[in-house]
Design a protein around this ligand. Structure first.
Ligand SMILES: [Zn+2]
Length: 176
């Protein structure tokens, strides 16, 4: 079984079918099409392809199905979690996932809450902006193309990354 893990910030799409980590629900964060003149490093969202052992994949899929969220959302939540908690220099993505899966049973409730948490929950304001680069809505994951209007999410506490929301999500959030 292949246990190779790789980060793939480019547009190169690696097929995952050979490892059993197949299926449309991979860890692909955003299907940003290649644009001439737009180097990958300028993009905000990175596409992460990772090969995982079959047992890990089963656990992740089972857990995601249980929560009725996409596997990619779950993986992201787990990674954010373990990056925050662990020494990132010594852990590979796969090791983080593996150790996270071992914690799944005990942390199920906490992760569930995290995955189901509205990313716009802590927004105090939305600022209408014109995008100079494509952005991905923090809530619905839709890609908002460059040149169109999106909502910059302003939170009371500073965040490490800028969040954007598409117009419908911002409208729904502020009227909720
Ligand atoms: Zn949205």
């Amino acid at each position: 079984m292949t246990q190779r893990t790789f980060l793939n910030p480019s547009d190169q799409v690696e097929p995952t079918a050979a490892t059993g980590a197949s299926g449309p629900d991979s860890t692909e964060e955003s299907a940003v099409p290649s644009r001439p003149g737009s180097p990958p490093e300028e993009r905000k969202e990175r596409v992460l392809h990772t090969r995982v052992p079959a047992v890990l994949e089963r656990e992740l899929k089972r857990f995601a199905a249980n929560l009725r969220v996409p596997v990619s959302n779950l993986v992201r939540a787990i990674l954010e979690d373990s990056i925050a908690a662990a020494d990132r220099a010594t852990l590979t993505v796969e090791n983080q996932l593996l150790s996270a899966v071992k914690q799944l049973e005990v942390e199920r409730e906490r992760l569930k809450k995290k995955v189901l948490t509205d990313p716009l929950e802590h927004a105090v304001a939305f600022q209408s902006v014109t995008l100079s680069k494509p952005a991905v809505c923090a809530r619905c994951q839709v890609e908002v193309p460059k040149g169109s209007t999106a909502q910059l999410v302003i939170t009371a506490e500073p965040t490490t990354e800028r969040l954007f929301a598409c117009n419908p999500c911002a409208t729904n959030s502020s009227s909720a």
